[in-house]
Design a protein around this ligand. Structure first.
Ligand SMILES: [Zn+2]
Length: 287
């Protein structure tokens, strides 16, 4: 059964580790993440962007697929199904479809409007026992065609949103979605430290986990980051493994064209990436 992310993230914050959010794109992706979490006894959050939700034929299809897998793969670790960067209407649709967690990305609104909409969603998600992630300060890079420059959130605005009663808070600290550019300035630990001091026990979320050096990840966890989002890195490893299979001509040998064979190297590559991240984040054995 899907669970809210609240308990797993409270434990992570107390235990000084982070739970990975791995974005899913299809059946192979979902199966790879769930099986790895179960093998490593790690809690896990499945992230679904609005674009990926549409691609997978709607949120209800996603809920049906994930719930089916939890049963047929006999998954025992805590799993949250979470809308990533949701609009207000997207959050309502996922709540209705049976997600266990949503992120409302109100970072492009004024702080007043972000607060008003977040407050509404807190009321609704609480009634359903779901977790809610809010965002302050936009996160750089490209997400579903929108490019933002990684800015740093205002710690006072973070406190205002945290005090409303959200479950977890994403705050921009110079992080970027997708691949990091050569001239990236790195994470602002000064900002992160100031945010943690103002928000106390609130689990903080680090978006754009692809390509942040391991030492920066560890330092971010030590400063209160309890959830780290990984998306692009699984896509890159899936694509590289699939390319290798085709380039080696394996699809032309015997029944190498069978999708169960063709997609297998990519599936294994996602598993390896998820394992590497769970080990780095410290969530192995915490389920
Ligand atoms: Zn994000």
């Amino acid at each position: 059964m899907l669970v809210s992310a609240k308990e797993m993230l409270t434990k992570a914050k107390e235990g000084h580790y982070a739970v990975g959010q791995f974005n899913i794109n299809n059946l192979e992706w979902t199966k790879a993440v769930l099986l790895t979490a179960e093998e490593l006894k790690s809690p896990v959050i499945l992230g679904v962007s609005e674009g990926a939700g549409k691609y997978m034929c709607g949120y209800k299809t996603v809920v049906g697929m994930v719930n089916g897998m939890l049963e047929s793969l006999k998954i025992t670790v805590p799993v949250a199904l979470h809308l990533d960067h949701g609009s207000y209407d997207g959050c309502l649709a996922c709540i209705d479809a049976g997600f266990s967690s949503v992120m409302f990305d109100g970072s492009h609104y004024s702080i007043e409007e972000n607060i008003a909409k977040t407050t509404e969603l807190i009321k609704i998600t609480r009634e359903k026992g779901m977790s809610l992630e809010a965002e302050v300060g936009s996160i750089g890079g490209e997400e579903d065609g929108v490019i933002g420059m990684g800015e740093c959130a205002d710690p006072d605005e973070c406190k205002m949103i945290a005090d409303l009663g959200v479950t977890m808070l994403a705050a921009g600290i110079g992080n970027i979605h997708g691949k990091y550019p050569e001239n990236w300035a790195g994470l602002s630990f000064e900002t992160l430290d100031a945010i943690q001091k103002k928000t106390g026990a609130m689990p903080l979320v680090l978006h754009g986990g692809t390509g942040i050096p391991a030492d920066m990840i560890k330092k971010a966890i030590s400063l209160g980051v309890s959830k780290i989002n990984v998306n692009t890195e699984c896509q890159l490893s899936f694509a590289a493994a699939t390319r290798k299979y085709i380039e080696e001509g394996k699809d032309l040998v015997g029944k190498g064209f069978d999708p169960r064979k063709l997609l297998a190297p990519g599936f294994e590559a996602i598993k390896a990436t998820v394992k590497e991240k769970m080990e780095l984040f410290g969530s192995v054995g915490k389920a």
